[in-house]
Write a protein of this length. Structure first.
Ligand code: FES
Length: 185
């Protein structure tokens, strides 16, 4: 998803709106939970998912990683004071992820705060990094920037959903077996 969208669920007693930055998540209202999953990109974003991913034009360009669809970026281009957003894809399913560097080590996680999964740590301008912590811009949860564990805040003890990546010859690659390729936004 290139732009956030607003999703509103109305019940007899309640109306709940959330701003969606990710490709999937859930909205709760009146005791009802509605799960959604978007496929497609940009103007082609559609509404709530019924469990079928549906057709996707897969219109995004692959990363600038030459022939290897798992290459995400040059190691040097991965920020130490922020995050780089990419999408891990498996067929038509895409997961919005963030990549962060600490020295020569890299780590990646799903771009989703454990406190409120619809909230991305990186809303598009880079996640906040303070010292050795990533900080959620919404309620200030702090995450260890190596392990992704929340050390302070409303989701203390929870952890970011880790995505496996590795460095080879100065480039960062997606090595998580749940996905087949990486795409940059
Ligand atoms: S949504 Fe991240 S701390 Fe609340």
């Amino acid at each position: 998803m290139s732009d956030p969208v607003d999703v509103t669920v109305d019940t007899d007693d309640e109306s709940e709106s959330v701003r969606i930055h990710d490709d999937d998540g859930e909205v709760e209202a009146g005791g009802t939970t509605v799960r959604f999953s978007f496929s497609g990109t940009g103007d082609d974003d559609r509404g709530a998912d019924d469990g079928d991913d549906g057709p996707s034009p897969d219109s995004k360009e692959p990363t600038d990683g030459g022939d290897d669809p798992r290459r995400i970026a040059d190691l040097d281009s991965v920020p130490t004071d922020s995050t780089l957003v990419f999408e891990a894809r498996d067929g038509r399913r895409g997961v919005n992820c963030i990549l962060h560097r600490s020295g020569d080590a890299v780590a990646a996680w799903r771009n989703s705060c454990p406190h409120q999964p619809e909230v991305p740590l990186d809303p598009g301008r880079g996640a906040i990094v303070r010292g050795d912590r990533l900080v959620c811009h919404k309620h200030g949860a702090q995450f260890d920037r190596e392990g992704g564990v929340c050390t302070h805040g409303p989701c203390a003890g929870d952890a970011l959903d880790s995505i496996a990546v590795s460095v080879r010859d100065g480039d960062v690659y997606l090595t998580d077996e749940r996905f087949e390729r990486a795409e940059r936004r």
